[in-house]
Design a binder for this molecule. Structure first.
Ligand SMILES: Cc1cc2nc3c(=O)[nH]c(=O)nc-3n(C[C@H](O)[C@H](O)[C@H](O)COP(=O)(O)O)c2cc1C
Length: 306
């Protein structure tokens, strides 16, 4: 018997595969496409205090075997999320992680308090790393002091497990990670997308309405895998990998680098069944190798560094 369970900051997930923020909407919209009962958890689209309409179209384009998105945190805002979206999403058979973002520590604390008070929510994920909005809306990813302030204020506003989603676009990653851990975040999501662009040759202009977008999918995996390795070696809290996971091997690479779980999203656009297939692939790999517990892979590639 294979045991796929992992412990993540007080939550026991039935397996380490988590559906990443923004890739399954608020959850319920994807109920016919994705088998939620097979995944470890899912993260809702990031919500902000006020509704946002996002960036000008086009907002999605394929690039380098991955995807560039410039959605720009389009969302229904706190009130409609709590009233309309959350009750429906909470009926899905998987733990629900709510993603939140704000322009100030106070705004994030307000969101953490309101969303964290709902019994339907199993954990909160603070997004400080969206590359597709004005810098003022996400000013933090390379600033350890503001990051610590955001985390500390959110920590004081909820007792729910609190995760922080970092950006790969910083030379400061381990410093930011450590300051977030010291300020009370329970786990780190490593990491969000990174800025990229494409040009339309006939139009002689950028393809995306926002000019640039966030690169996700396979090209992002080696970058974020290296970051998981560095950050897992720098903090004592769990790290969750994110970026380009599309098969069981990708999830295991992230885990062996030190991740406790792995978020995946872009692979769902190619095949909405891919999360379920990944979980099946994990079982197959473990059975083939006579491994009973998946959590024994966490940090397995680190040797003495684990
Ligand atoms: C269309 C799209 C929308 C996204 N929206 C969000 C979002 O609202 N909040 C967030 O934290 N990350 C968002 N992301 C980033 C993903 O959660 C994930 O971190 C990233 O895509 C890397 O993982 P992947 O390569 O498996 O997709 C979005 C990604 C895509 C492709």
């Amino acid at each position: 018997m294979t045991d796929l369970r992992v412990e993540l900051a007080g939550l026991t997930l039935r397996n380490p595969v988590i559906l990443a923020s923004g890739t399954v909407g608020y959850g319920a919209e994807y109920r016919e496409l994705v088998e939620f009962e097979t995944v470890g958890a899912f993260v809702t689209k990031t919500i902000t205090l006020e509704p946002r309409s996002g960036n000008a179209p086009p907002r999605l384009v394929e690039a380098g075997g991955g995807l560039l998105n410039a959605i720009g945190l389009e969302n229904v805002g706190l009130e409609r999320f709590l009233d309309e979206k959350l009750p429906e999403s909470a009926e899905l058979p998987a733990p629900l992680i709510a993603s939140i973002a704000g322009t100030s520590a106070e705004e994030v604390a307000t969101l953490a308090e309101a969303v964290g008070a709902r019994t339907e929510v199993d954990a909160l994920e603070i997004n400080i790393s969206c590359p597709n909005v004005e810098r003022a809306a996400c000013p933090l990813w390379d600033d350890p002091e503001s990051t610590a302030l955001f985390v500390a204020r959110a920590r004081a506003s909820t007792t729910k497990p609190l995760f922080l989603k970092l950006s790969p676009q910083t030379a400061n990653a381990t410093v930011v990670a450590r300051s977030a851990a010291d300020a009370g975040t329970d786990a780190l999501i490593v990491a969000n997308t990174m800025t990229g662009m494409r040009i339309d040759l006939d139009a002689r202009r950028p393809v995306l309405g926002n000019v640039t977008g966030g690169l996700s999918g396979p090209p992002l995996k080696p970058v974020n895998l290296a970051l998981v390795w560095r950050i897992a070696g720098s903090v004592d809290i769990p790290v969750v990998g994110s970026g380009g996971a599309g098969c069981a091997g990708d999830v295991l690479e992230y885990m062996m680098a030190g991740a406790t779980a792995v978020e995946m999203g872009t692979a769902l656009y190619g095949d909405p069944g891919s999360a379920t297939e990944i979980v099946g692939g994990l079982v197959e790999f473990m059975e083939r190798n006579g491994v009973e517990r998946i959590d024994t892979y966490i940090g397995a590639a680190r040797g003495e560094a684990a």
